[in-house]
Design a protein around this ligand. Structure first.
Ligand SMILES: Cc1cc2nc3c(=O)[nH]c(=O)nc-3n(C[C@H](O)[C@H](O)[C@H](O)COP(=O)(O)OP(=O)(O)OC[C@H]3O[C@@H](n4cnc5c(N)ncnc54)[C@H](O)[C@@H]3O)c2cc1C
Length: 437
């Protein structure tokens, strides 16, 4: 029987595994044991949600699809020989392979970023940011308290006095968010959800683009800025970070000389770049290229390799989003099953979906192709997507009761919540929902 190997088991890899019949010989390999639901990880920044609720056991998911799971990192991939070698030296042989390795954290070559900035990419990263913010907020509160006990005059002087380094007032904490894309906006929302009433909070958002979420509707940018008008948030747009060092970041921007900004914490949302495995295995030409594929997701370099999710560089690029990763994963699964059966793979046609962007407890945006809706009630839809998709990817089959419960939850969410997502008229009937213009 032909052997199929899937490298990477998050959105794309799991969707691929589920699309391949259990009768085929499939091995799924991932370096970590837990599936991670990324679209809600910003909520760990405010500790509004615990990381465990966004993790699912990968081995269980793969076994439910009827396949074998190997927990290991693939270090070497040789498509011509049909072999992948893991960090433990194990050889995984295949006739056809799906590469679903996503992307890796990108410091964009900025000096000091890898060392002094906190990445915002995984559950562990966001939990660490949440912990750091809580420590800073606690320390700033103590500082304010101590100053106030010393008498009003001294307290005012302390709060106004610039510190030695980069003009930091005592008893405050400066949070610098690098990147004003969807992740940056969602991260800002969580910082504000938790600390906007803390007298010491100062937030700076930096992006090279002239507006927030530059690739999306400008209505979201305007709405986020309107929410922040009376909050301690400063936007540094058309501005690049030149270096990150302990206690601050260097900036350079349009019409602005090189400046230093004090930072107690730097949260880095610089996006992702391709995994080095792509170029090392010959699937991409250089370190910054995604694996070039045909419209059928088949590698242009190696016919026995299909690429899904963020790792795929389609002829017409699509957004690096979880819902596309699920779609390309499922399609790559079907394509690889056709390939090993000697059939030609079929073209992939992306189905575009509205994007949900959370802004803490202040707002949620639904960005569709031609319009943007806003309102905190939309947060329910984001939750609905999470619960429905996880219930589908990891159906509760352990006992009859859990199974029934899962099915009820799934069908309830599908029937009641998700259709709302695709009907603008019905969404507008929800309380507090507004159409942005
Ligand atoms: C902070 C953040 C917020 C986001 N919010 C949203 C959102 O709201 N909505 C949305 O649709 N999308 C969102 N995204 C994007 C979404 O998470 C990605 O598009 C999606 O995760 C891509 O899925 P993937 O399966 O291609 O790759 P990934 O999810 O990155 O998974 C790749 C998998 O491959 C494994 N792997 C990689 N290399 C190897 C190797 N050599 N050996 C073994 N295993 C390997 C990794 O361990 C990982 O499990 C967000 C992303 C981030 C970072």
């Amino acid at each position: 029987m032909p052997r199929i190997l899937i490298i990477g088991a998050n959105f794309a890899g799991i969707a691929a595994a589920r699309a391949i019949p259990a009768s085929l010989d499939v091995t799924v390999v991932d370096r970590s044991g837990s599936f991670e639901w990324r679209p809600n990880i910003h909520e760990l920044v405010s500790r509004h949600r615990a990381g465990a609720s966004l993790r699912v056991d990968r081995g269980r998911m793969v076994r439910k699809a009827g396949h074998r799971f190997v927990r290991a990192e693939v270090r070497d991939l040789d498509p011509a020989r049909g072999v992948a070698v893991t960090d433990k030296g194990r050889e995984l042989r295949f006739d056809a392979c799906i590469v679903a390795t996503g992307g890796v954290w990108d410091d964009r070559g900025v000096k000091g970023a890898a060392r002094h900035a906190m990445p915002f990419k995984s559950i562990a990263d966001c939990a660490a940011i949440g912990k750091k913010l809580a420590e800073l907020a606690r320390a700033a509160r103590c500082d304010t308290g101590a100053a106030q006990r010393d008498g009003g005059q001294k307290a005012t002087a302390l709060r106004r006095a610039p510190s030695r380094a980069l003009g930091k007032p005592r008893a405050s904490f400066n949070v610098v968010i690098v990147g004003g894309g969807i992740e940056g906006v969602e991260c800002l929302g969580e910082v504000l959800r938790c600390y906007r009433h803390h007298a010491g909070l100062r937030v700076h958002v930096i992006d090279a683009a002239p507006r927030l979420m530059a690739g999306s509707s400008r209505l979201v940018d305007a709405a986020v800025r309107a929410h922040c008008a009376s909050l301690p948030v400063e936007f540094h747009l058309s501005t690049r970070v030149t270096a990150v060092r302990p206690g601050g970041v260097g900036l350079v921007g349009k019409g602005r000389a090189h400046a230093l900004l004090h930072a107690d914490v730097v949260i880095w949302n610089g996006g992702a770049r391709p995994s080095p495995l792509l170029v090392d295995s010959g699937l991409a030409d250089d370190q910054r290229q995604w694996a070039a594929v045909t419209t059928a997701l088949q590698s242009k370099r190696c016919a026995n390799v299909f690429v899904a999710g963020d790792a795929a560089g389609l002829p017409r690029p699509i957004a690096k989003q979880a819902y596309f990763a699920l779609q390309t994963g499922a399609h790559a699964g079907l394509s690889v099953a056709r390939f090993v059966a000697g059939l030609a793979p079929l073209a992939f046609h992306p189905a575009s979906k509205p994007m949900l962007v959370a802004f803490g407890d202040l707002d949620t945006f639904l960005v569709a192709e031609t319009m943007v809706l806003a309102g905190t009630a939309l947060a329910l839809l984001k939750e609905g997507m999470l619960q429905a998709t996880l219930a589908e990817l990891d159906p509760p089959t352990d006992t009859d009761a859990a199974f029934a419960l899962g099915l009820r939850l799934l069908s309830g969410l599908r029937a009641a919540a998700l259709p709302e997502l695709f009907s603008i008229e019905r969404l507008l009937r929800l309380p507090g929902i507004r159409l942005l213009r």
